[in-house]
Design a binder for this molecule. Structure first.
Ligand code: UDX
Length: 465
């Protein structure tokens, strides 16, 4: 059984001992996965001096001009832009690519390993969802370390899918949705992190591959921190038997995300500059979630009727069947006036840091959830699929820093939730709690803090290969 504390401590983070060794990273080409992987690359380069090569699919390839200090190696793929229109597509495409990418990835890695003009490769770091990379790494006798970009708690929930099926929680029955799952407190059946139709299929296969090959790996990195997820980390260390490194939140090491695939609209900030402190509700559902026109209109009227200023990210394509905000009824923009600002994509981390931002209505993707915790911004939770459901439950019922919209998107409920969060005493209590969490983030990253120490262990471990 390994843990981060069991690896030898040899050095401090700024000493640059990684000079002379190279790390090869391979992210899953989706925004919520690219951001943490490139942040991790930046951490390991700047704090430990490792050279970095990023292998990436041509689809959603990172903007190399933002990373002049890294090398990039593209490999071919079969992703098509319009194929990623729904979440079910994402799962089946990842399943297909865990087979399709084997040969191009192996050839690419073979080329890198045989290149004697570059530093020797210490290890491979790949997204947990790229489970095929373990066999490739083994064939080269190269250690593989896994990055899982979700919360630890949601990962634990997905590791017991077979048990949950056996016990009859899956497929989810409408009459059972509110029933507790005693194996995963405080989750209810509705919070189990399934995607789409929860019949056995691609998702189970992908998760099974992820778990098996993570157990076979040399270690597991988390964009989380010990104080936030202690019980889940303890379970993981018991069940997985590999070294575990909670070194997050990654993005706090770097001021802003440079790995955005869409252009971040800076008018978000100039608009926020004109708003009163803590008055604005920021709304964004991340890079994949989609909704029907009816749901979109309920959101719009809920925001309008709340009378609270709002900054709303409506990603092009988020409304099924529409290009952008055409479904907004005539007169909506005029009725809301300067009180609302709609953009296609925002500089989210800067928005959350802004003094005018008082709440975040989010789909609870793990990056968004962590970013909100780091800035002490309480949340309204509208999880859409997968790990988001677990994150939302933790936000509302474990950390108690948000309210969950339990019955979908309905304007009256939206208005009520905004009032609870932004105006009422209950919201103020949540704000105080999340400000304490923000403080614990700052402590865990400081010298001697849990994430700081875990990063030291990770660096030493990688240098020991
Ligand atoms: C996906 C899954 O949905 C999520 O549940 C999983 O944990 C990671 O992969 P996504 O839906 O995009 O991610 O959500 P999230 O994890 O929150 O990541 C979105 C990222 O895009 C965040 O880092 C956020 O700062 C950034 N973002 C979002 C912007 O830069 N601008 C925006 O307008 C919205």
């Amino acid at each position: 059984m390994g843990s981060s504390s069991e690896t030898p401590k040899q050095q401090t983070q700024s000493s640059g001992h990684g000079h002379g060794r190279r790390l090869v990273l391979f992210p899953v080409p989706l925004q919520g996965h690219i951001n943490p992987m490139l942040q991790l690359a930046n951490i390991l380069h700047s704090k430990a001096g490792f050279s970095i090569t990023v292998i990436h699919t041509k689809f959603n390839s990172p903007d190399q001009s933002k990373y002049p200090h890294f090398k990039f190696q593209p490999i071919p793929d079969r992703f098509l832009e319009n194929e990623l229109a729904s979440t079910t597509d994402v799962i089946s495409l990842l399943t297909v690519h865990n087979v399709y990418c084997v040969a191009p990835f192996r050839d690419c890695l073979a080329g890198l390993l045989s290149n004697v003009s570059e530093e020797p490769i210490a290890c491979l770091i790949t997204d947990a969802l790229w489970h095929f990379t373990q066999a490739v790494a083994d064939s080269f006798k190269l250690p593989r370390i896994v990055l899982r970009t979700s919360s630890v708690s949601s990962f634990i929930a997905s590791t017991i899918f077979p048990l949950l099926r056996k016990k009859g929680y899956l497929p989810k029955q409408d009459s059972q949705l509110a029933a507790p799952v005693p194996e995963l407190p405080p989750l209810r059946v509705k919070d189990i992190p399934t995607i789409g139709a929860d019949i056995p299929g691609d998702l189970d296969e992908l998760i099974e591959g992820m778990i098996k090959e993570t157990k076979a790996s040399s270690g597991l990195i988390w964009n989380s921190f010990t104080e936030l997820e202690q019980p889940a980390l303890a379970t993981l260390q018991q069940d997985f038997g590999i070294p575990v490194f909670p070194i997050g939140p990654f993005h706090k090491n770097f001021p802003a995300s440079s790995s955005s695939l869409l252009t971040q609209d800076q008018s978000s900030i100039s608009w926020l500059d004109k708003q009163a402190p803590k008055s604005v509700i920021y709304v964004s559902f991340g890079s994949i979630a989609a909704m029907d026109e009816t749901e979109f209109l309920e959101m719009a009227w809920g925001l309008a009727n709340s009378m609270q200023p709002f900054l709303w990210v409506v990603r092009p394509g988020i409304i099924r069947g529409s290009e952008w905000i055409e479904p907004l009824p005539k007169g909506f923009t005029e009725a809301v006036g300067e009180r609302g600002h709609i953009v296609k994509w925002a500089p989210q981390q800067d928005v959350l840091t802004h003094p005018a931002t008082g709440g975040f209505w989010t789909h609870n993707g793990w990056n968004s959830t962590l970013e909100s915790i780091c800035e002490g911004v309480p949340m309204i939770c509208s999880p859409c699929f997968g790990d988001q459901m677990v994150n939302a439950r933790y936000v509302s019922h474990v950390w108690r820093v948000g309210v969950q919209l339990e019955n979908g998107l309905e304007r009256g409920e939206v208005e009520k939730a905004i009032r609870r969060l932004m105006v009422e005493k209950e919201g103020e209590a949540m704000r105080q709690r999340i400000m304490c969490m923000k403080e614990s983030v700052n402590l865990c990253l400081k010298q001697g803090g849990s994430s700081y120490q875990s990063l030291e262990s990770l660096i030493s471990y990688m240098l020991s290969f």
